[in-house]
Every structure is written in C-alpha cells, then in structure tokens.
Design a protein around this ligand. Structure first.
Ligand code: NAD
Length: 248
C-alpha cells in the first residue's frame, strides 16, 4: 500500500532534476503522474517511461509554465484525462544570475515570470478542482536564497521569496476548503542547474555545507513526498529547508 495510492499529482518542469525525482518518488508510492516541461523531447520520453515502470498512469505535456492560458489548458486536459488533481508541485524554475547593477530588465522579467508567475498560473487553475474535491496539497519549490538572499541572484531570490508569500497566503485562504500549501527550500542540490556553475564556485559552496555534501534530487523528493502525503495532514503554510544545514 503506497502513501499516495489513488492520488493524481501534477508536477511542472519534471523532465529532469528535482522534478523528475519527485515524479519517480510519487509514482513509487502509487500516484498517477501528469507532468509538464517546455517541450516533448527524448529526455521527457525517458522520464515518462521510468515513471510508467512503476505501473502507474503517466502523461507528459509540453507547456510553458509561465503562460497563464497554456497552464489553464493543460490543467483542463489533465482533469479530463485523470479525473482529479490532488497534488500540485510548482517546480519549474530557471536562473539568470547577475549583479543588480548589471542586471537587465529581461533577466528580471524572465526569472520572475518562469519561477513565480507560473506558480500563480497553476494554483489559479488547480484550486477550483481541489476545492470541489475538498482537499489538495500544493508544494512550491522555493530555495534557501528565497529566505536568506544571495549576492548575484536578486531576481532568483525575489522569485523564491515570492513563492513563500504565495504559499502562506494560499494556506490561509484555501485552508477552510481542505487545501494545504507549503514550500520546500532546497540548498545546493546536484542537478543540471547547479552543474552549470563553475567548478570553483561549486567547491566553495560545498565547504559552507555542514553535512559536507551537495544534496541529491532524491533528498528533496523525500520532503516532497512527506508534504504530498497524509503524513503532513496538519502541516500548511510552512517552509521546509532541505539544505544540509546550509544557511540555517
Ligand atoms: P533543472 O534545470 O535541472 O530542471 C528544471 C526543469 O524545469 C527543466 O526540465 C526545464 O526544462 C523545466 N523548465 C524550465 N522553464 C520552464 C517553463 N517555463 N515551463 C515548464 N518547464 C520549464 O533544475 P533543478 O535543479 O531540478 O530545479 C528544479 C527547481 O528546484 C527549480 O525551481 C529550482 O529553482 C529549484 N531549486 C533548485 C536548487 C538546486 O540546487 N538545484 C536549489 C534550490 C531550488
């Protein structure tokens, strides 16, 4: 008996990295999986096959999470195909780092739109469904830098702080309808996003982590499983750090 038997999870940006690890973890606990990413490519197809290997129903949708209309269209398609949506993980995210004095308006807008507006889009589309079901769990993928700030990442940090305010507000607004909303704040997790940083920067980061290692996508997926399942039935409006005590 899996922790998520009978549940349907929607995860944005789950072709690879943390989103993929969450999809696999949820599938291993019996959830049916709908996930989005920018396009359907070989990576998406491989992820889809890996999810289906757990014997659950799974579909992938090509959709830009920052597009309001597209998010509503995808959610309608998922509702028609799967019949319900119990878990929403707002995971899609990008970085476009730079110091404030050199940051362009385009860098700011791109990161705020993909990281923060996307979560608004999907929460806006999913909450009417969850409210009718009288239950749901929403998880926003924030970051430790959304709490602490980070030089060179004012756009990214602002977007991740915004996700916390969004989740806390939804927890208050939708709690009476049985909907919970929480954030995960990962620290330094080894994925394509962080592997694109110069090796020296990665080494310096690793030294600041008391557990002396970067996190794995599965470390984050375990927290996402807790927040999606009934194990966290009285946890809402919270930020759970998954960072090896970095920045705590
Ligand atoms: P990643 O770059 O490996 O994966 C992100 C996925 O999102 C990719 O598959 C990408 O195609 C998809 N995506 C990007 N823009 C999209 C859009 N507009 N619409 C739909 N999909 C889109 O990144 P990751 O490291 O797995 O990060 C996942 C989430 O975790 C992000 O929100 C990131 O900010 C957050 N996070 C990561 C770390 C880390 O150390 N890796 C730390 C804290 C928070």
């Amino acid at each position: 008996m899996g922790l998520l038997n009978g549940k349907v999870a929607l995860i944005t940006g789950a072709a690879r990295g943390i989103g993929k690890a969450i999809a696999l973890k949820y599938a291993s606990e019996g959830a049916d999986i709908a996930f989005t990413d920018i396009e359907i490519n070989d990576t998406v197809k491989e992820t889809l096959e890996a999810i289906r290997a757990f014997g659950v129903k799974a579909e992938a949708y090509a959709s830009d999470a920052s597009d309001f209309e597209a998010a509503h269209t995808v959610v309608s398609e998922i509702q028609a195909e799967f019949g319900r949506i119990d878990i929403l993980v707002n995971n899609a995210g990008i970085t476009k780092d730079g110091l404030m004095m050199r940051m362009s308006e385009q860098q700011w807008d791109a990161v705020l739109t993909v990281n923060l507006k996307s979560a608004f889009n999907y929460i806006h589309a999913c909450t009417p469904i969850m409210a009718k079901q009288r239950g749901g769990s929403i998880i926003n993928m924030s970051s430790v830098v959304g709490v602490s700030g980070n030089a060179g990442q004012c756009n990214y940090s602002a977007s991740k702080a915004g996700l916390i305010g969004l989740a806390k507000s939804i927890a208050k607004e939708m709690g009476p309808r049985g909907i919970r909303a929480n954030c995960i704040a990962p620290g330094f997790i080894i994925t394509d996003m962080t592997m694109s940083l110069p090796e020296k920067v990665r080494e310096e980061w690793a030294k600041t982590i008391p557990l002396r290692r970067g996190g794995t996508p599965e470390d984050v997926a375990n927290v996402a499983l807790f927040l999606a399942s009934d194990l966290s039935s009285y946890v809402s409006g919270q930020v759970i750090h998954c960072c090896g005590a970095m920045n705590c």
